[in-house]
Ligand binder design. Sequence first.
Ligand SMILES: Cc1cc2nc3c(=O)[nH]c(=O)nc-3n(C[C@H](O)[C@H](O)[C@H](O)COP(=O)(O)OP(=O)(O)OC[C@H]3O[C@@H](n4cnc5c(N)ncnc54)[C@H](O)[C@@H]3O)c2cc1C
Length: 497
Amino acid sequence: MSLAMPKPEEEILANRTRLIERLREILPDDNVIDDDAALKAYECDALTMYRQLPLVVALPETVPQVSEIMALAADMNVKIVPRGAGTSLSGGSLPLGDGILLGMGKFNRVLEVDFPNRCARVQPGVTNLAITHAVQHKGFYYAPDPSSQIACSIGGNVGENAGGVHCLKYGLTTNNILGLEIVLMGGEIIHLGGKHLDSELYDLMGLMTGSEGLLGVITEVTVRILQKPQTARGVLVGFPSVAAGAECVAAVIGAGIIPGGMEMMDNLALVATDDFQPCGYPRDAESLLVVELDGTQSEVDHLIERVSEIAKDVGATTIKVSQSEEERLQFWAGRKNAFPAVGAIGPDYLCMDGTIPRGQLAHVLTEMQEMGKRHGLRVANVFHAGDGNLHPLILYDANKPGDIEKAEAFGADILKLCVAVGGVLTGEHGVGVEKRDLMPEMFSEADLEQQQRVKCAFDPNHRLNPGKVFPTLHRCAELGKMHVHRGKLPFPDIPRF
Ligand SMILES: Cc1cc2nc3c(=O)[nH]c(=O)nc-3n(C[C@H](O)[C@H](O)[C@H](O)COP(=O)(O)OP(=O)(O)OC[C@H]3O[C@@H](n4cnc5c(N)ncnc54)[C@H](O)[C@@H]3O)c2cc1C
C-alpha cells in the first residue's frame, strides 16, 4: 500500500467531487451543473473576449440555500462568483475555473408592490424591465433603464450600479434603491435600509451598490418606483460636427435644463442604427442628439422651445420633435438598438465606458478619432451625453491576428484620456477584469489599499469574486490587522445637561 501524497490534480478532482456532493445535499440535483457541455453556457458574460468554464454552477432558489452555499464555500475554501443575467460588459460575472458560479436566475419573483410607500420588493434575478411591467398598470415605473433592461437582472444592476438613458434626471441604481438583503461570506444574512428613505450610521447600501459581487450576495432588493411623467416628447437634433453636438449638451445643462434623457451618436453610429432599425435619424448629420423632455404639457412645450433655440445657436442643421407617442418611442428604439446595430457593421466590437466632465466632450471625441487612425481601427460613439458617460464602440475582428490586442490598447488609451481630463474609468459598466489593470491610472497605492481594507472587512480570505476590480490582491493581514479588544470596552462618561 502506497503512502504517497495524492497528486495535486487528483486532489483537485477529489475536492470537486466532494464539493458537488455537498452542493447536491443543499440543492435539488438539477440545480447543480457540472458537465462540460452544460457549463459552456456560463463560460463568459457580455465581455466575450474572456472565457473560462466554471468549476461548477449552483442555482439556489431560497435564501437559506444561498446561506448554506456561502458557508460551504468558506468551509471548503472555495471561491464564489455571483451571477445575475451575465450581461456585464466588464467581465464582472466571468467564472473562475476553481470557483462556484452562483447563478441567481431562479430568484425571479416580484415579492411585493407597495404603492403607498412607492416601492417594490423584488428578488435579485427579476429583470430590470419586469419591475416596470409589475407597476405600470397604476402609472408607475422603475427609472434606471439600461439598454439591456429586457435581460439584465436587478441584482446585477446593483452589482454594477447600472445606469441608462433616464439616469441624467432620475439618478443611477444607487439613487433608486431603498433596501437590500445580503448573504455574507460566512452565510450570515443582513438587511440594509428598508422602505424608508434614509438609514442611520454608515451608508452600507451605497457601499454595496457597485461592489461588483465582491462583498456579499444580494438576495432581495427594495426599489423606489416613480410615477410616470404626465407628458414626454422626443427631439432629434442633428449637427454638422461632433464638436457642435457636444457644445449643445453643455449649453442645455448650463442653461439649467435637465432633460429626461440626452443621448449622442456620431455619424458612424447613427447611420448603422438607422440601417438596423429605421427610426428617422438625419443620416447626413455628423452628430445627433436624442433629447427627451418630460413633465406637464406646458412645461414640455416651454422646454422644447428653449432647447431648440439653444441648438440653433450652436449650429444645429435639423430639429425634429416627436408628434406622437409612437414617434417618441421610434426615436428611442434606435438608441436602444444602437449596440447591436454597430455589431452588425463589424465582426466584433469592444464597448468602453469612461465618464468625463461634459465640457471635455468635444476635445475627447475629436482626440478619439485621431487615436483610431493611430491604432488603425474604427470607433463608433453612442452614449449618455448629458452625464458625460462615453461608450466608444471599437470595431475589430477577433479572427484577425493582433486585432484584439489593438482594440484593447485603443480602449486603454481612451480611458487614460478620460482620467487625464478629470474623468473616471467607468460610468456604469464597472471595472471587472476589463479595466482592472487601469485602476492605478486613477487611484494611488494608498487609495487601493484602503479600498481593499473594506473588502477585507467583508471577505478576509478573498473568496468572493477574486481577480476582479483590484489589480493586485494583498493578504488582508498585510493591510494591517485590526486591534481586537476582548471583553467590554471602557464606556465614556456622557455629560448630563
Ligand atoms: C447590449 C447591452 C447593453 C447594455 N447597456 C447598458 C446600459 O445602458 N447601462 C448599463 O449600466 N449597463 C449596460 N449594459 C451592461 C449590463 O447589462 C449591466 O452591467 C447590468 O447591470 C448587468 O446585470 P446582469 O444581471 O447581467 O449582471 P451580471 O453580468 O450577471 O453581473 C454583474 C456583476 O454583478 C454581480 N452580481 C450579479 N448578481 C449579483 C447578486 N445577486 N449579488 C451580488 N452580486 C451580483 C456579479 O458578480 C458581477 O460582478 C449593457 C449590456 C449589454 C450586453
